[in-house]
Write a protein that binds this ligand. Structure first.
Ligand code: AGP
Length: 614
């Protein structure tokens, strides 16, 4: 949700910190800050700005500061509204200690009360500032820096990753990790630290992922790693093979549009990648043949768009490999009754591989030694490290907050996996497996071609027309209901138009009361005739009450197409791949509406690309 970046070494820190924050800004962008210890007088200097990182860069141009040790932060607000005052870094009373933090200190309120009663003066509404004041008080009562840190981390509850520099210890940086991601990059006489290794991977590929509940006291050429008890830990340094993809928008105005257009190619790449793994897939997922053959329950877990992918994939696993499949919202999963099932597989779906809700649900099942895998887009993510096995979608880095190509490659990977399990269970043969791969490529083709078919009309006529509405109802049935949910999420998160999705069968049980000429109804069809007929009835119910219908239909569905005020017609594909074929035009249409409203599409208000707090 926020991003932290630190540097200590032979060079000046500011340019590294600002470049690292720029790479992580997608994680949170409502304010930013920088602090460093001046190379000469060793004093602490800092600058903070509300809004995007470029506002901080402007301040640093006007008032330059630098040194060989520095930290930076981009924020997505939890406690305390976005403001210069609440921007990180935060300080102790003497402004000798500086902290940047990602996560939540759950007991900050009681700690803040105690510290205030002890005379500490607070200047922000954040939980983070509590860390600085508590550390200040502990440094007085402990003889060594390490002892103070041990006491500090054992008083803080919640999920957090924070960096600390202290004017009284000008040659070292403290970094602490509990559940939120944090990793160290080891250079030559210099150390980088960030929420995500992609932020410094151009400087070094030698990476130490801080273990959960650990802290490090770091100098430019020394890393002392400890458990929260103070027991020393041996650093496990890895050589990563990831690269920072210097993603440019190229000719596109927004990353979202670029990523919509990348979908056909990345679906192809995903199918090719998985095809190449056909024979060693179970090793890759850390599943034995016996486990796969005995599999009799699948659990799919995710949030947001990834949860929508899970809802669609439920049909894949139940129809193709005939395995009862449950779908769980990750944020609810931990608080529901849990029935461990030996012959189950738990699948965690996450574009970022860092979503806190999904991670905590993964950790719960890992603690029961049940088989877990993750379907994710980020090879260096925490979920890849913590799940039993992982399936990498080949979407490539997704920058826009609104997920598009990650969603379509998740569907592709899950559709493929359902067939691969069916092949192992001898429900299908290798010819059908190959056909499934071909069907995915056909759906990818249809996805792209449908956008081309309607691009001009949407841009010139339809998108401007639909900007007039401030609320839209979305309807779908069976497989097209989660597709309708995903469509509603796309429109609401980039255009801020209130978008509510209902199962189409529910329309007459209440939501129909909302239908009037000011509330368009977007209806998502289905290629099964019986279900299609019911959807046509819903369209009639809507029209009979003066409603305005936008239909996303399949070729040949003339009754629905003729009934609608506007229809987008998609060539028929395999029934289960209907959502994949249709999602492109949905993404493109909602994008164009938001663009006509002049919204900040790649970084919508209040949101972040990776939600690393629960
Ligand atoms: C999707 O457009 C949103 N950005 C959001 O719902 C996202 O899907 C959700 O936060 C889950 O993220 P993840 O896939 O990285 O876990």
């Amino acid at each position: 949700m926020c991003s932290v970046f630190g540097y200590i070494g032979k060079n000046n820190c500011r340019s590294y910190v600002m470049e690292g924050l720029q790479k992580l800004e997608y994680r949170g962008y409502d304010s930013a800050g920088f602090a460093c210890l001046d190379s000469d007088d060793k004093r602490l200097y800092f600058s903070k700005a509300k809004g995007r990182l470029k506002n901080l860069a402007t301040l640093l141009k006007e008032k330059p500061m630098d040194g060989h040790i520095g930290i930076g932060h981009t924020r997505w607000s939890v406690y305390g509204k976005p403001s210069q005052k609440n921007a990180h870094p935060h300080f102790d009373c003497e402004k000798r200690i500086s902290i940047v933090h990602n996560g939540i200190i759950e007991n900050y309120h009681s700690l803040k009360e105690q510290l205030t009663q002890a005379g500490h003066i607070f200047h922000s509404e954040t939980d983070t500032e509590t860390i600085a004041h508590l550390f200040e008080s502990l440094l007085v009562s402990h003889k060594t820096l390490k002892a103070a840190v041990v006491d500090l981390v054992n008083q803080l509850e919640g999920a957090y990753a924070f960096l600390c520099i202290n004017q009284d210890y000008p040659d070292c940086m403290i970094m602490v990790r509990k559940r939120s991601p944090l990793c160290i990059g080891i250079g030559d006489d210099e150390i980088f630290v960030a929420s995500d290794p992609l932020a410094f991977i151009n400087q070094t590929k030698k990476v130490l992922f801080l273990p959960d509940e650990s802290f490090a006291i770091v100098k430019k050429d020394l890393i002392e790693l400890y458990e929260f008890s103070g027991k020393p830990l041996t650093p496990d340094v890895q050589e990563l093979s990831i690269e920072w993809q210097d993603n440019q928008k190229n000719e596109h105005q927004h990353y979202m549009l670029k990523e919509i257009y990348e979908q056909k190619n990345v679906i192809h790449a995903t199918v090719d990648f998985l095809h190449a793994m056909t024979d060693q897939i179970w090793d890759h997922l850390s599943l034995t043949l016996e486990q796969v053959r005995k599999l009799d329950k699948i659990h799919l877990v995710g949030c947001g768009t990834s949860w929508h992918a899970a809802r669609i994939a439920q049909f894949y696993f139940e129809t193709i490999c005939m395995i009862p499949t449950r779908v769980h919202l990750a944020s609810e999963f931990r608080y529901m009754p849990f029935f461990p099932d030996e012959d189950s597989l738990y699948v965690y779906i996450s574009q970022s591989g860092e979503t806190a809700d999904t991670l905590e649900a993964l950790r719960l099942v890992n603690s029961m030694n049940l088989p877990t895998i993750t379907v994710t887009n980020v090879p260096s993510s925490t979920m890849v490290r913590e799940a039993g096995g992982f399936l990498l979608t080949q979407a490539g880095q997704e920058i826009a907050v609104a997920s598009t190509k990650a969603f379509s490659t998740q569907l592709s990977a899950l559709y493929w996996l359902a067939h691969r399990i069916a092949l192992e269970k001898r429900i299908i043969d290798s010819v059908q497996m190959e056909q499934a791969e071909q069907d995915l490529l056909v759906a990818a083709e249809v996805l792209e071609n449908t956008i081309e078919n309607y691009k001009r009309d949407i841009c010139q006529t339809h998108a401007p027309f639909y900007t007039q509405f401030d609320r839209v109802i979305f309807l779908g049935r069976h497989l097209s209901y989660p597709l309708a949910m995903e469509a509603a999420l796309k429109l609401k998160e980039i255009s801020y138009i209130f978008s509510q999705c209902y199962p189409a069968g529910e329309l007459k049980h209440g939501p129909l009361a909302l239908v009037d000429e000011k509330t368009p109804v977007f209806i998502f069809s289905h290629s099964e005739p019986l279900i299609y007929q019911k959807i046509v009835s819903n369209a009639h119910e809507t029209k009979a009450r003066g409603g305005h219908v936008v239909a996303f239909a399949f070729e040949g569905q003339h009754e629905l197409i003729d009934l609608a005020d506007l229809s987008f017609v998609v060539p028929k594909v395999k029934t289960l791949l209907g959502p994949l074929a249709m999602i492109g035009i949905i993404q493109f249409f909602t994008y164009q509406i938001a663009k006509n409203l002049d919204c900040p599409i790649d970084k919508p208000r209040n949101l972040a690309k990776s939600v690393t707090v629960e």
